[in-house]
Write a protein that binds this ligand. Structure first.
Ligand code: PMP
Ligand code: GLN
Length: 378
């Protein structure tokens, strides 16, 4: 039979984590913490199971969790999302993204994405018959040329997918970027999918620019988020999306047949945990310390870098060390130096010349110290 995704292989995250395990390397490739998530949160999930939250959650998600999410948007952004109609709990951000795309993208619709782009957007667009329109961003700043974006918007543009803080580069979009996007999409039917899974991980006192802060953008946007990133438990696969009700109504038509609903005790446990706002407000400080530790430890290495502005990833430029293709270099470092990373070109198939690797610093201090010791020897 003919593959529906002829150009897709196994994701780099699976490939590099497997290689790290095979060679017993320190794994800074796939993004996940290697320290335990909160015992209090685990206990709250156990309590939820003990207290009977063991059957299907409501299709749109446990209401306490939707209320907690709505409260967060009021608190952080003074933005109102109605918990009944405008917030849906999903199986991670990945499912939210897939479902949003499949609810709206028809054959031959164009979807603009910014490269390098997180790897789950494009296959979802293509499986639904859409056409990906890439806009290339360049290291080290990955700034957007808004004239170029304007030139790529056509009557076929159905959706624009944005992602700040940005995986893999660790850059963030400014208020001006969001205002430009708002201006370009004004008076169109374009839907914006704003992937904000790292909203609580921004550094150096920068403010996360959520799409919901801009009235014109908010009315055409889905925002997706992931509790896995926020509560250090990527394996639970709980996330959510929010959007104005006319968009959410269409989303739920698909969601109800995609998964119907997601893990109920985990939802209830997270809802109870979020009653203490510090559980998410404290994340910037937590990861800023880890970023600063990691960067101070590698300051004498031959890698060049600009400090990550958000996410728990740091990109390092190895152009002074080797001239090798980044996928080969990342594999060689895993085998010979016992440190695994993610080569950026996998997010960037039209720009394979950058010599940049992504390292995850959501790790114990001990792991960061050990990793830095290796990086200083390369
Ligand atoms: N978007 C981005 C930018 C991500 O980095 C990730 C996780 N790596 C996701 C979406 C998916 O999140 P989840 O694990 O909650 O599905
Ligand atoms: N989002 C994680 C990363 O960027 C990986 C998620 C996955 O393995 N699919 O590393």
């Amino acid at each position: 039979h003919q593959s529906k995704l002829p150009n897709v292989g196994t994701t780099i995250f699976t490939v590099m984590s497997a290689l790290a395990n095979e060679y017993n390397a320190i794994n800074l490739s796939q993004g996940f913490p290697n320290y335990p998530s909160s015992q209090k949160l685990n206990d709250l999930v156990t309590n939820a199971m003990t207290n009977g939250y063991n059957q299907y959650a409501p299709m749109a998600g446990n209401l306490d969790l939707r209320l907690a999410v709505a409260h967060k948007y009021e608190l952080l952004y003074k933005s109102t999302y109605h918990p009944e109609k405008e917030i849906t709990i999903t199986a991670g951000a990945t499912q939210a993204i897939y479902t949003i795309i499949s609810a709206f993208v028809r054959p031959n619709d164009e979807v603009i994405i910014f490269k390098p782009a997180y790897d789950c957007y494009q296959p979802a667009i293509e499986l639904n018959g859409g056409k990906t329109i890439p806009i290339q961003l360049y290291a080290p700043n990955y700034n957007v040329n808004w004239d170029e974006v304007a030139s790529k918007i056509t009557s076929k543009t159905k959706m624009i997918i944005i992602n700040s803080p940005h995986n893999p580069s660790g850059t963030i979009w400014s208020k001006d970027d969001l205002l430009q996007l708002q201006k370009l999409t004004k008076d169109t039917n374009i839907i914006v999918l704003s992937d904000e899974v790292y909203e609580h991980i921004v550094f150096d006192d920068a403010q996360h620019q959520s799409a919901c802060l801009f009235t014109g953008l908010k009315q055409r946007s889905f925002i997706t988020a992931s509790f896995g990133k926020t509560f250090h438990n990527t394996g639970w696969k709980i996330g959510y999306c929010c959007a104005p009700d006319y968009l959410m109504e269409e989303f739920r038509k698909v969601h109800q047949f995609n998964v119907f609903s997601v893990n109920h005790p985990a939802q209830k446990g997270i809802a109870d945990y979020m009653q203490d706002e510090e559980t998410y407000l404290g994340l910037n400080t937590f990861f800023q310390r880890k970023r600063d530790l990691f960067l101070s430890l590698i300051s004498e290495s031959r890698f060049k870098f600009q400090p990550s502005k958000g996410t728990y990833f740091q990109v390092l430029d190895y152009s002074e060390i080797a001239d090798e293709y980044d996928v080969d270099f990342a594999k060689r470092l895993t085998k010979d130096y016992k440190i695994a990373s993610i080569p950026l070109s996998v997010f960037n198939e039209n720009n394979k010349d950058d010599k940049v690797l992504r390292f995850c610093f959501a790790k114990t201090d001990k792991t960061l110290v050990d990793a830095a010791e290796i990086l200083c020897k390369i």
